[in-house]
Design a protein. Structure first.
Length: 114
């Protein structure tokens, strides 16, 4: 599995706008792509606005290239996202997952007993 990582920063007056865009527009498009395996949006407020990090998971680099094109290291940032971002990385990084641990099913429900 390949994890594609990209970062951006929301405009201060656009709190939550990138998340709304991602969930309403980008996620549905990604779900339809062959080889797409999931996505996460990470966010942190550092006092200067929200930094966002998007991690998408793909079955292979071939699947990434089908999404991103011939230069998969270039970020894919549509105009609606650009409108709410103060800055963003023009490049992404790709990482091969070589080890992974998932919580046991019963333990993944915090506060619930099995």
């Amino acid at each position: 599995m390949i994890v594609r990582i990209w970062r951006g920063r929301e405009k201060r007056n656009e709190a939550g706008a990138y998340r709304r865009h991602l969930e309403s527009s980008v996620f549905p498009q990604l779900e339809a792509l062959p080889g797409f395996m999931g996505a996460s949006l990470l966010q942190r407020d550092d006092g200067n606005g929200a930094e966002v990090m998007v991690l998408t998971r793909w079955a292979s680099m071939r699947a990434v290239e089908a999404f991103a094109g011939a230069e998969p290291e270039k970020a894919v940032v549509d105009p609606a996202a650009r409108a709410v971002l103060a800055s963003f990385d023009d490049i992404v990084t790709h990482h091969e997952v070589v080890a992974e641990l998932a919580a046991p099913r019963a333990s993944s429900q915090m506060g619930e007993s099995a």
